[in-house]
Design a protein around this ligand. Structure first.
Ligand code: ADP
Ligand code: ZN
Length: 761
């Protein structure tokens, strides 16, 4: 076989294919060798695909006769700079994903299309003066009988020699024939120019807040400004403590004084238009907002502006961590505990972890901000891996809201007193306390926020008399109720118990939970308060591009008396006239079969409570629950994050869960139930054999078991959990599995590997 010698140049290309390898292609003689990170269009079987050159081939390894040539190199500059290429390689390794698939995910979608290698920019027609007319005499002669042509010519002179045609027509009133006449006389030309589309351009942010930082804010800002590159900070600040001002002051230093760039990650742009507006108010045009509702073209425009250094701050949800900025000085991860930072599809990266790896490689600092940090970040701060900064008080002397807990258990529920009256349906959902609090706000012209986070998929058995929920004795997670056959199953250890129809604790009748959704609650409110202005915010009411912002803007203008919604209303909102937050049913989610269920519940209750009383009028919170003694509820009531952590940490040690061990979640799925179960069984055997051959017991395999959500989109799902205290062992085992495990029928069956999962459902 012939080997590559000096005359044939070959490169390695990463392609978005499910194969753990790069592909060798030849460089045609007339073409310069592309540098690593450059896009290349290459033949793959009988079609063309876009890949990324990752470097030259180690020459002696390539059988030259089987290598095909690159078709096109569409761009002059690499699409991926060397730092981002390094980050992509880390992700490919850590999350066990082919490099080409990682690269496709970190680049704007528009760059992945082989048929249009260079995405079309939106262009606008620009009229440009083509000739000077210095002498008045010549002007008089040329425009003798065409006054409008002269006016157009002189308008263009005043506009600096060029103007958008649209502006000339719609603002200045010149007609198309007048413009055409100047073109045909050679006095102007029409050019096409790329226009960047800024979807936030239409929103006019409020003027920058002229606040002087408080002493506490100043301490945090000083620590951040003095930090050496690569440091990671956990900014633990209660709701309303002014974390945004700390971010802004840090960015002033990084961007204005040091001339560096920065990334600000927010859980979801649509839910936090106020936060985005604050950054735009201070940094204006330097900010690129990467919105999930952007079209591919809009996203590409923003990407290009960042790549060229025309914008220096990227604000966006998780994928903004890949913003192509050079000279990165800081990455801010606001509400770092939010699960939306985890990508739900391959590559299943966590933007917070990627941010830390990227920042270390590029010499930037990281700020993780939250009122309710994830246990992982808290533990890292405890161990000294991260540095902790605290903002323990609300700014401006505002107090934390007073929280009242209403016990909804039978006998205590007020519905009994109103049986048969017209108030009965309302009273089934709203306690007297919550009703009285709402009534007061309506009378005083203040605003209320109501949370009902109803997600109905995992059902559990709960006793209506004592609130007891059946949980697995081995795993401290609630049993999942199965109907066919009727039984309780623990999804971690597979333990089964009979359901029974009486409560094991108090002997009362056990009932399955049936939820009341937001829609029904909205109707109850409308009937009870016919004159109140209601707004509902949940997935169903926010399908439009600006739906979230529109609803929140209405609240901000005082046009809404009661805002009702799912968890999407819990984040970041800062409305001083909101003096009441009501949690209609705090128990939603608290008993999901996931070891993080309590943590999520505590975070949600704390975050939504934090929306109340941010102004001078103060505020109250009413939480309705059947588990008033649950530590998530008790600690949210007293705004006591540390007490919550102490209780929760104890529960995570035995059996061990993060932050005390690392997890990978393996899901086997397929269209047939028996084949899926068999695949999960084989996975387990394969892993056990691999670990035995390896001669180590650093990884524990738990399962297999059916997933709590047994079927999604008509696919059956089984799962296994890999636990280890050594991240490298999980990487090695995961890699071996994903590369070598033979999936018997790859069309029908699938295995996914999810490193550091945020959900085990
Ligand atoms: P957090 O994100 O910590 O919940 P925000 O950053 O939204 O809090 O700040 C809460 C409110 O306090 C905002 O309205 C903000 O403008 C205001 N604020 C922040 N810092 C100061 C300050 N130093 N002086 C006065 N008001 C401030
Ligand atoms: Zn169990």
């Amino acid at each position: 076989m012939e080997r590559v010698s000096g005359e044939r140049r070959t490169i390695e290309v990463a392609l978005p294919l499910p194969l753990f390898q790069t592909f060798t292609y030849g460089v045609p003689p007339e073409m310069p060798t592309p540098v690593a990170g450059t896009r290349v269009v290459v033949p793959v079987r009988n079609r063309k695909a876009v890949g990324i050159c990752v470097g030259s081939t180690a020459a002696e390894t390539v059988p030259v006769d089987r290598v095909r040539d690159i078709a096109v190199v569409p761009d002059e500059d690499p699409a991926v700079g060397s730092a981002l290429l390094g980050l992509a390689k880390w992700m490919a390794d850590y999350y066990v994903v082919p490099l080409g698939i990682v690269l496709r995910a970190i680049l704007p979608a528009a760059l992945g299309d082989a048929t249009a290698p260079r995405p079309r920019l939106r262009t606008e027609r620009i009229a440009v003066l083509a000739r000077d007319l210095p002498s008045l005499q010549e002007r008089d002669r040329l425009f003798a009988r065409s006054r409008r042509q002269r006016e157009l010519f002189e308008a263009l002179e005043q506009l600096g020699g060029r103007s958008e045609v649209a502006h000339l027509v719609s603002r200045l009133g010149f007609s198309a024939p007048v413009i055409r006449a100047l073109v045909s006389r050679g006095l102007i030309t029409i050019q096409a120019a790329a226009v960047p589309r800024d979807p936030f351009a239409g929103r006019s942010p409020a003027p920058p807040p002229a606040h002087e930082p408080t002493g506490r804010q100043r301490e945090s800002i000083d620590a951040l400004v003095r930090a050496p590159p690569g440091d990671v900070f956990l900014l633990h600040g209660v709701t309303g403590s002014g974390k945004t001002l700390v971010y802004i002051e840090l960015l002033r230093e990084i961007v204005h004084r040091r001339g560096q760039t920065a990334i600000v990650l927010v859980p979801e742009i649509a839910l936090t238009p106020q936060t985005v507006d604050r950054f735009r108010a201070v940094f204006g045009d330097q900010v690129a907002v990467l919105h999930s509702a952007l079209s591919d073209g809009e996203r590409y425009d923003a990407w290009r502006a960042l790549r060229r250094g025309e914008k220096r701050i990227a604000v966006g949800a998780r994928s903004a961590v890949f913003a192509p900025l050079e000279g990165l000085g800081a990455i801010i991860v606001d509400e770092e505990h939010e699960t939306s930072y985890k990508n739900g599809e391959t590559p299943r990266y966590h933007a917070r972890e990627v941010a830390i790896v990227r920042a270390r490689a590029e010499g930037a600092i990281v700020v993780l901000g939250s009122a309710t940090p994830s246990l992982e970040s808290w533990q890292n701060a405890e161990s000294g891996k991260y540095r902790r900064l605290s903002l323990p008080d609300r700014v401006g002397g505002a107090r934390m809201p007073a929280v009242e807990v209403v016990d909804l258990r039978e006998g205590r529920s007020p519905s009994a007193q109103h049986a048969g009256t017209s108030l009965e349906p309302f009273r089934k959902v709203f306690s007297e306390s919550l009703e009285a609090a709402l009534g007061e706000r309506l009378q005083r012209g203040e605003q209320s926020i109501l949370l009902l986070n109803r997600r109905g998929y995992a059902s559990f058995l709960q006793c209506d008399s004592c609130g007891d929920v059946r949980t697995c004795p081995n795993c401290s997670v609630s049993f999942t109720y199965h109907r066919t056959p009727e039984r309780l199953v623990c999804h971690y250890c597979l333990r089964e118990e009979t359901a029974g129809d009486t409560c094991r604790r108090c002997g009362g009748a056990t009932v399955r939970q049936h939820g009341t959704g937001t829609q029904q609650v909205e109707r109850l409110l409308a009937e009870r308060y016919p004159y109140a202005r209601l707004a509902r915010m949940d997935v169903d009411t926010t399908t439009g591009k600006w739906a979230h912002a529109n609803i929140l803007d209405r609240v901000g203008r005082g046009e809404v008396d009661i805002l009702l919604g799912t968890q999407m209303i819990a984040k970041g909102l800062d409305f001083p006239n909101v003096t009441l937050v009501g949690v209609v049913d705090a128990d939603v989610g608290i008993n999901l079969p996931d070891f993080r269920a309590s943590e999520r519940c505590f975070q949600l209750l704390s975050q939504v409570a934090g929306r109340a009383g941010r102004g001078a009028k103060g505020g109250d919170v009413v939480i309705q629950t059947r588990v008033p003694g649950h530590h998530a509820v008790v600690c949210a009531l007293s705004h006591d994050y540390r007490a919550f952590v102490d209780a929760e940490v104890a529960a995570r040690r035995h059996p061990s869960y993060p932050p005390f061990t690392r997890l990978a979640h393996l899901v086997a799925s397929g269209d047939r139930e028996d084949a899926t179960a068999a695949l999960a069984e084989r996975l387990s055997e394969w892993l056990t054999a691999a670990l035995a051959a390896w001669g180590r017991d650093e990884v524990t395999v738990v399962g297999p078991a059916p997933c709590p959500i047994e079927r999604i989109k008509r696919r059956w799902r089984w799962h296994l959990l890999l636990k280890s205290e050594r991240p490298a062992s999980l990487t090695r085992l995961g890699r071996a599995l994903m590369e070598r495990f033979p999936v018997p029928d790859a069309h029908a069956l699938r295995v996914t590997f999810d490193r550091d999962p945020v959900s085990l459902l």
